[in-house]
Design a protein around this ligand. Structure first.
Ligand code: C5P
Length: 395
């Protein structure tokens, strides 16, 4: 995922410094080469040895005294991204004012690539107007700020100041490293299942988790696109930086999709829309005294098919989850719904489809070309699909 990427992790002296060990470990697991800078205060909380072991590299601790006479320049040249995790008010103040009293601040000044800053401190410190001003200034300069979370802080108080977990920051890092080659494009992505009510407490639905659709929304966002995500009910966190619309039924999804269709350049219908809904849902909870019952269903509108008829400039991409004859079904869908691309996968395959974190997909294009991707993380699949979208836009 981050193979061949060189990430420099700067750790400053906050209590949350211990979390940096896990970030370094996750970065390495993702394939990145990791170097670590510990400030003097950070070394009061964590030891260089931990970071040396986890990164597999020497740890930088100061401007002077090492073998390299200009460690700040070498480290800045050799990195693709710098992340400061955690970033203290002191570091933020120096960076915002172009001050460079130690290795990390000097290196950040000398670095040309993306810098991700993760503030973490007492909630009153974080809310302090000077700190907020400094952060606003850094944001203005193009630094990526990951805001702290609210919760119980090390000092016992409750408020905004907690360092986000390494996983969340890893996602920001991945996003900051991808090219912004979809800038200027509007994406409309649907995700998740729909729920069709039977009575006020029951519904029919399907096993879609929304993971693939959310990954698509995040991948498009990371590449600079404006994204509208229309999602059925899922347990996933709303992706940041995406315009989100939550719906329940297929009819609600249709309405939201049609509302956003005109403005879209690329439409990806990843949602598992329920094909049927109850003809007349009971307005009251059905009692269990009924021994047998027959439910009557009517067909839901096929949203994608409707878009295929309405489409003008849009690229239209559909998904197809199939039991068998995957390519044949996908080809039929592509034609019937007037699509530009179909992404198909087998339902009952290990490491693919509903609920899984990975997917194995076959992709079919309008011109008859088809290709298959090996099993990979859904976000990686999404990134590969973005490459294809870009290629199709160029034709
Ligand atoms: O025909 P089938 O339902 O298998 O096609 C799947 C594709 O059509 C998916 O892209 C899905 O989002 C979309 N779809 C839709 N409206 C429906 C059913 C499916 O837009 N009612």
């Amino acid at each position: 995922m981050l193979t061949k990427k060189r990430v420099l992790v700067g750790v400053t002296g906050g209590i949350a410094a211990y979390k940096a060990a896990e970030l370094v470990s996750s970065l390495r697991e993702s394939g990145a080469t990791v170097n670590v800078v510990l400030t003097e205060a950070a070394r009061e909380f964590v030891q260089p040895l931990t970071f040396k072991a986890l990164s597999g590299n020497q740890v930088y601790t100061g401007l002077f005294g090492g073998l390299d006479p200009v460690p700040h320049i070498s480290a800045a040249k050799e990195s693709d991204l710098v992340v400061v995790y955690p970033a203290t008010a002191n570091f933020i103040g120096h960076a915002a004012n172009g001050l460079a009293p130690d290795l990390l601040t000097t290196l950040v000044l000398a670095f040309k690539g993306p810098v991700v800053i993760c503030p973490s401190m007492n909630a009153r410190m974080f809310a302090n107007v000077a700190v907020q001003h400094n952060l606003a200034r850094l944001q203005d300069y193009g630094y990526v700020i990951v805001p702290p979370e609210s919760g119980r802080l090390a000092c016992g108080e409750v408020g905004q100041g907690r360092l986000p977990a390494p996983g969340a920051v890893l996602e920001v890092i991945r996003g900051a490293l991808v090219p912004k080659d979809l800038k200027g494009l509007n994406f409309l992505v649907t995700a998740g299942p729909t729920r069709e009510p039977l009575d006020p407490v029951r519904y029919i639905s399907n096993r879609s988790s929304g993971k693939m659709g959310y990954a698509l929304a995040r991948a498009a966002r990371d590449r600079g696109a404006q994204v509208v995500l229309i999602s059925g009910p899922t347990s996933l966190a709303k992706p940041a930086g995406v315009s989100y619309s939550g719906v329940k039924t297929a009819l609600e999804m249709r309405e939201a999709v049609l509302e956003n269709f005109d403005a879209a350049d690329v439409v990806i219908m990843c949602a598992a829309v329920s094909d049927y809904r109850a003809k007349t849902p009971s307005p009251k909870k059905v009692k269990k005294e009924v021994r047998e019952m027959v439910l009557e269903f009517v067909q839901n509108p096929d949203i994608l098919e409707e878009l295929g008829r309405l489409k003008r400039h849009q690229l239209l991409i559909g998904f197809a989850a199939e039991d068998d004859n995957i390519l044949e079904h996908a080809r039929r869908k592509l034609e019937a719904k007037n699509l530009d691309m179909v992404v198909a996968n087998l339902i009952a395959q290990e490491g693919a489809g509903f609920e899984a974190d990975t997917n194995i997909v076959k992709i079919l294009f309008r011109n008859g070309r088809f290709l298959e991707l090996p099993r990979m993380d859904k976000y990686e699949v999404a990134q590969r699909l973005m490459d294809m979208v870009l290629d199709m836009r160029r034709i």
